[in-house]
Design a protein around this ligand. Structure first.
Ligand SMILES: [Mn+2]
Length: 313
């Protein structure tokens, strides 16, 4: 059991029964291909969170009072597939407890498990992927559960919207839906990308946020930094709009690869997480009941599922 709490908050705000939010750390780094260290991400994030001031100036709120339960870390790592299964199971368990479920990685392959759980529990799910990389490979280095494959399944089974993309393999062009892809070089010149992306979302939105979407000038501590990324305030503006206009059902933040001497990226990740919670609960009083609106009897596949098309081939 964890003895520490998220951000060092008091017991009354961190117990499972009274918390609307659950945070699941997944310190997994089994398939990363270049710089290792994403397994250290959750600890660095939690340490930075403990040193962060919890009053949000922009919104004049203290979202931690909605309650944040820090779940035991998922440490399953016998194989990438068993890790994904473990993440899937624990995510679904907390969704069914009517919690707002959030996950902190770890490398991006953990999101395969979280997205699968959310897609099984929410109708017509949109997956908003904010990332430098397309991550659309069906298989990479012998595994379907490699970080380079993070959203292949989401692309097949959900309404996937990709934002910030600036690196991919030519093979990925064959599965990518370019109408739903916002490339970084286009975003730099087109102020309309935020509205356009939101217009393509269904009501239920899951956000998978790879920290390498940010520009390396503000987020250097990530496994594969790419130039030309998102900056802080435009990212917050976009996220706030998404949370205001859609039902964000959960999110993950992945690929923090901490640097021993420069902690600014850890703090950015901590603040990003807190901002996303803040936007989610902006109009909720602490005493309001929370309903995550999961569909207990969901049997329909997502209307965006491409599995049926595949069967015809
Ligand atoms: Mn990435």
């Amino acid at each position: 059991m964890n003895t520490k709490t998220y951000a060092g908050i008091e017991d009354q705000y961190s117990r499972l029964d009274s918390s609307k939010i659950v945070l699941i750390p997944v310190p997994y780094d089994g398939t990363s291909t270049w710089q290792k260290g994403a397994d250290k991400g959750p600890d660095a994030f939690l340490n930075a969170s403990e040193n962060m001031e919890l009053y949000d100036i922009e919104t004049e709120t203290e979202v931690y009072k909605q309650g944040v339960f820090l779940a035991d870390a998922v440490t399953e790592n016998i194989s990438p597939e068993s890790m994904v299964d473990a993440v899937h199971d624990i995510t679904k368990k907390y969704i069914k407890k009517n919690k707002f479920v959030t996950t902190f990685g770890g490398e991006h392959s953990i999101s395969i498990g979280t997205i699968r759980a959310f897609n099984e529990c929410f109708d017509n799910l949109t997956v908003l992927q904010i990332d430098a990389h397309a991550d659309l490979r069906k298989e990479y280095q012998g595994s379907k559960y490699n970080h380079a494959c993070a959203v292949y399944e989401a692309n097949q089974t959900t309404n996937l919207i990709q934002v910030g993309i600036r690196s991919m393999d030519i093979k990925e062009t064959t599965v990518m839906d370019v109408e739903k892809t916002y490339f970084a070089h286009d975003m730099a010149e087109d102020d309309n990308w935020m509205d356009s992306a939101i217009d393509q979302m269904t009501e239920n939105v899951y956000i998978t946020f790879d920290l390498d979407a940010f520009d390396p000038s503000i987020m250097p501590s990530t496994g594969t930094p790419e130039p030309g990324g998102l900056l802080w305030y435009e990212t917050l503006e976009f996220l706030r709009q998404v949370f205001e206009e859609k039902n964000v059902v959960g999110f993950d933040i992945v690929e923090l690869c901490p640097n021993a001497t420069n902690k600014s990226s850890d703090f950015l990740a901590a603040k990003l997480y807190y901002k996303m919670l803040t936007y989610k609960f902006l109009n909720d009083e602490v005493d309001d009941e929370f309903d995550n609106n999961f569909n207990e009897s969901k049997i329909d596949i997502n209307k965006f599922s491409k599995f049926n098309d595949d069967d015809d081939n």
